[in-house]
Design a protein around this ligand. Sequence first.
Ligand code: HEM
Length: 491
Amino acid sequence: MGLTILLASAFLFLAYLSYAPPLHPNAPPFTSDKNLLIGSYGFFTKRWSFFKDSREHSKTGQFSFWLGKNHVVGITGEKARRGFLENRNLDFVSGAPLHGVGPESVPPIHDIYVAPAQGHSYFQRRVLDIMQPEYLTKRLPLVTKDACDYFSSMRKNSSGMINPIGVCYRLVLQQSSRVMCADDIAEAPVLLDSYVNWTTLLLHVSSGHTMCTPWLPSIQHMKRMYGRWGMKRLVTPIVEKRTSAGAHHGEDALQMMVDKGDSKDYMITFFINALFISVAHSGKLAGAVLNMLANHTDWQDTIYGEIQATANKYATNKDLPLDEQLNSFSLEAWESLSSFIEILFKEVLRLHIIFPMVRQNVGSSPVPISGTKYVIPVGSFAAYNTGDAHFDEKLYPNPQTLNPLRFAKEHDKSKKETYAFLGWGNGRHRCVGQRWAKLQQNIIIAYALAMYQWSACDANGQSVGPSDHKTDFDKHSNKLPQGIFLKHVPR
Ligand code: HEM
């Protein structure tokens, strides 16, 4: 009897797993890269190759796949990309569970992400408030001092070498906590350590695969929830303290929100996520860019020359050493620091931002895929991997090679197609935090180069020849690179 019930239950469970709801007849044909019951697990484990191979094996470049019981449409090509990035029914926030990264495991979607039909969500509005020149100008003296102190303290380092990823990661977090949240974290080493530890944990876990197997407990998913718990534990007392009677008045984002009368729940949820987002890319990239400059001393010299020229234009006392002249830079000076950093950063993002953008069709009718006979059915997800544009030979010749000069005006082929550069996203969901991310990058590189000349070395401090750090585009891209060391010689 017991065995019969067991077998019947197993049969019913298998029948449930293998049942696929009927699809719209114009959904694109299925990719061959699929597994029984769970679907195309390669979407998570071979991120770029899965997309590239499915594109190549499909007749039209558009293809379908299952992630468990979720139907997903893979989109490729210029016209389809444009439709994907512009269509109002393709919802950004509902697509988030497929990424499976960061502290927020949705659903349920918190109110702070819900945007009215016209206008911005609470989350977008507050990030846009933070990007206002008046606010960033107020924060400048503190975030430049953070960078200045970090690089000055290296003068005491007798080995003359650092791991740039670790060092820059902590600096990025210190500055980002001042801009995105509160000075309390930046000024208390114990809180900053805690911020470093929780975000490092969150950066190294992803649990999008639970979309294929929601019935299977996942350690990765539990780690994400643990990471969110840790971030909440970090920010809640800071919010409680600032909103208590007689609390000191700050000049940071928390104060701006308290003054606007925002609810504690909204502020805490905003901080948990903004603190993570603002380091997920920049925390890794600041050290990686310094490493690139150490490997390309000609680029280093070009940027150093441009920083000197900006100092000649904007610094208040031109007799001071260059790093001290930086302390008097206005927001305008920082934002026009160096045209070479601008194209280098764009090129770094072209190679770093290789990921599947995801949306869900939340409308009441199928969304046609522009330029094809296919549709994204109601309720289905759509995924566009940015590698489709960023590795396109027509737009970016020798796409695997790091070459900032490809974005110089005279060589730039990326303008040949609409939305061919996606380093900051594009269309309806362009990154709203890019102003701070660029400013932060400029500040870190400027102090690093104004104080030192950089060169690549191994773990023992022995010089090594130029070698660009290679990224595995199939792995989850947020992991911090390992085994990178740099020598720094004071100027
Ligand atoms: C180097 C740093 C950064 C990079 C490379 C970056 C990249 C991106 C990309 C590629 C997207 C589009 C995603 C998509 O379409 O699926 C995006 C959107 C977004 N980013 Fe960033 N980002 C950075 C920093 C930041 C910061 C500091 C914030 C502030 C919290 C931020 C907030 C956002 C938000 C809120 C969106 C969604 C906008 C919307 O809903 O329309 N980002 N970002």
